[in-house]
Ligand binder design. Sequence first.
Ligand code: GDP
Length: 468
Amino acid sequence: GTIADAVGRQIEGAARGVSGLLFEPVIRLGVTGLSRAGKTVFITSLVANLLDRGRMPGLEAAQSGRIEAAYLQPQPDDTVPRFDFETHLAALTGPAPHWPESTRSVSELRLSLKVRPKGMLGGLSGLRTVHLDIVDYPGEWLLDLGLLEQDFAGWSAEALARAEKRPEAEAFRARLATIDPDAPLSEPQAAALARDWTAYLKDAREAGYSDCTPGRFLLPGDLEGSPVLTFAPLPPSQAPRGSLARECARRFEAYKAQVVKPFFRAHFARIDRQVVLVDVLGAIHAGPAALEDLRQAMTGILGAFRPGRSAFLSTLLGTRRVDRILFAATKADHLHHEQHDRLAAIMAALVAEARRRADFAGARTQAMAIAALRATVEERRSVDGVDLGLVRGILLDTGRQAALHPGDLPEDPAALLHPARSGAAQWLGGDYGVMRFAPAPLTLRPGEGPPHIRLDRAAQFLLGDRLG
Ligand code: GDP
């Protein structure tokens, strides 16, 4: 309840004060994105590259040699699962490299850095310790923030309207047609509806749609099978006492109060710096509807970063603010670098609307195209007389090397985001569909660049000023 929360906040505040006195600043870095966006790979690579500082030229503190030591430490939150760095790193760098298991829930990792302040010559006594607490959480959970301002009827109307148009929802619609929302609650019926709704959300995600609430239905963790996850949107009805409709509405409220709010209070509200990872290339490849849906989902997700808009959210999220947000289009190693600027421009355009509405309450923002782990090298080739920039990597399916061209991104993002307005849109035709690369063994030769793309620049934007 509220008293425990208040006490918790006070203790936390005091602890922060103490670490402040000891000059051990803490940066809480939130890493989010929809599932498969690249969170796990990003964190694993960021931490590995900070531990081994030779490959981060764009991070000033690393480049100038001011990071004297970097090491993992026990994290501050004892009840949050630890980000399983060692297992993920072993997957990526073992003898048969493979992609690690993706984010399923919230997790945390503390990396501590011993930094020599700028302008200070040698000597260990002046070293400062900066703790980087990385908090990994599914972007699906951020989408739930929108639910807090909706009631069951409002959410149902929107969710059903979206589902109406999607073939993935066919089974759910068929079941809904056989059900009377005002009939007395039957648990098996509620469970079947929830199951069909969950299956629909999963298929819609697979098909490239982003706006899939309630987010916890997709990644339930230990809430699986509990009443807070056993409801589904229903058409308007009388909802008499004891009916399916009445109970679904009650569970929707319980979901908001007992699942959504605690996450925002315990994790989200304490973040200083945030990176939002987005599989822009995947959405472009999935086509116009998926890209438009991603744009809307981004607007929803970003609502969480401007709590100023509502007194209610300000109360929930407190007064601390995220002061830097990086929007990173991931997996840029699928493209020759000549197309990276275009990818970054599309990333920026995707969040432009949310940005215009409120500049994220004063937070600095930036859009970038990155690859946390480069699985390809570049080459040029003349194909049918056309000079093409290709990327070469090992295909997961066949284990063989291939040099591929994913297609061309348009110079103007509007061609993708407003295809109707600007005429013919270009989509990633090309080889993109077969581009499932295996992680490259870390054997990039000198001259082939670091084993990531702009991960160092991302780190500079997110942390650089705090390592001064
Ligand atoms: P999460 O669900 O956000 O944790 O996503 P993951 O980090 O597990 O990434 C999902 C998948 O995207 C991985 O299994 C890889 O196939 C792919 N991926 C992620 N990062 C990169 C990258 O930097 N380069 C390439 N080529 N693929 C990536």
